[in-house]
Design a protein around this ligand. Structure first.
Ligand code: FES
Ligand SMILES: [Fe+2]
Length: 341
């Protein structure tokens, strides 16, 4: 869905990138400056202001009875949290801050307004977005999929997935707190078995971060498609976008304290390289899950206690769709409400 976001004197506006004349694409550039604070359609040059009002129509005498006030751009809901812009196509959705519930409060320790964009990249993955999202909602797969990095079985394993504390929040959001294994130092240790290092040294911590993200691998999930493993010295937003029934785009956007250099500092490169090594382990495996899920042998899913964040999100998917829209045999039984904080 092509969308335009513009900065205005009062904040931001978002519109469908669709001209009210014949649906031409208004903006084709990925980013830029609106000269004269105008948006001009590339097809026949209808002109809109940054509130989406139609101002100018070339040869307007040839449009008999055209009411310009009814031909503005179609707006989308546009709200911000921590310097990030959220677009919502549902005009009646609850306000963003209310929807996010406890997440902004818990993320406030990262002083989001003071962080800078560090870098971003994306992967096209041959699996449904939920296959991708589910893989980032449990640690049960670490000892197998991540045995080459953080999940090496035995005492040298970086993390102790049995010690995970999960919290389920309203609207399908959740939090995951995973302990490092006894004595494992994520800023310095290198696995003797695999040579893997978390590459976390050499980057300044965000001073306001509290003890939990400093001592545990902490991750927040904002339903439906945002997960962020938050490290004290910076973190990636992981976004899971559907691009088809069995394809998705996985976007990774890093934030941290401004580093003041024109190029990415070496310490950041190492941290991101280590993180991407772990991601590659997931992304190499997950397309096979999609293929397998399309097999007639795939009848249903059994989830364990360590996978309850997955169940929580899928309950919410059913609530959003509406149970009456879903065939009974495919419905997720609504059972977790008593455990939602
Ligand atoms: S489609 Fe935009 S001006 Fe014609
Ligand atoms: Fe993983």
């Amino acid at each position: 869905m092509p969308v335009i976001v513009v900065r205005t004197e009062n904040g931001f506006n978002a519109f469908y990138n669709t001209c009210s004349h014949r649906g031409g694409c208004i903006v084709q550039e990925r980013q830029g400056t609106c000269l004269g604070k105008r948006l001009i359609c590339g097809y026949h040059a209808w002109t809109y202001n940054l509130d989406g009002e139609l101002l100018g129509v070339p040869d307007s005498r040839d449009f008999d009875g055209l009411d310009k006030s009814k031909r503005g751009l179609v707006k989308l809901r546009c709200e911000t949290w921590g310097g990030w812009i959220f677009i919502n196509a549902a005009p009646d959705a609850e306000p963003l801050q209310q929807y996010l519930g406890v997440l902004p409060g818990q993320m406030a320790q990262f002083d989001l307004d003071k962080l800078s964009y560090i870098t971003s990249y994306s992967y096209d993955v041959a699996c449904n977005w939920k296959v991708l999202m589910d893989a980032f909602a449990e640690n049960y797969h670490f000892v197998s999929v991540h045995r080459g990095s953080v999940g090496l079985p035995g005492p040298k394993c970086a993390v102790d997935h049995h010690g995970t504390v999960m919290s389920l929040f309203k609207n399908g959001h959740s939090r995951n707190i995973l302990p490092w294994n006894d004595g494992f130092q994520p800023t310095a240790d290198v696995s003797e078995e695999t040579g893997f290092s978390m590459g976390m040294g050499g980057i300044a911590d965000i001073p306001s971060v509290g003890p939990i993200p400093r001592q545990f691998v902490t991750a927040f999930t904002a339903f439906p498609n945002l997960t962020t493993p938050v490290y004290a010295n910076g973190f990636p937003l992981l976004l899971f976008w559907p691009t088809g029934i069995n394809t998705s785009r996985f976007e990774v956007i890093w934030f941290g304290l401004p580093h003041g250099e024109s190029a990415l500092p070496e310490a950041w490169k190492q941290k991101i390289e280590a993180f991407n090594f772990i991601l590659d382990e997931d992304l190499t495996y997950l397309p096979s899950v999609q293929l397998s899920a399309e097999s007639p042998a795939f009848r249903s899913i059994v989830l364990n206690y360590q996978e309850r964040r997955i169940y929580h999100a899928h309950e919410q998917i059913d609530r959003v769709i509406g149970a009456d829209q879903i065939p009974e045999r495919l419905r997720v039984q609504q059972v977790l409400a008593p455990f939602v904080e």
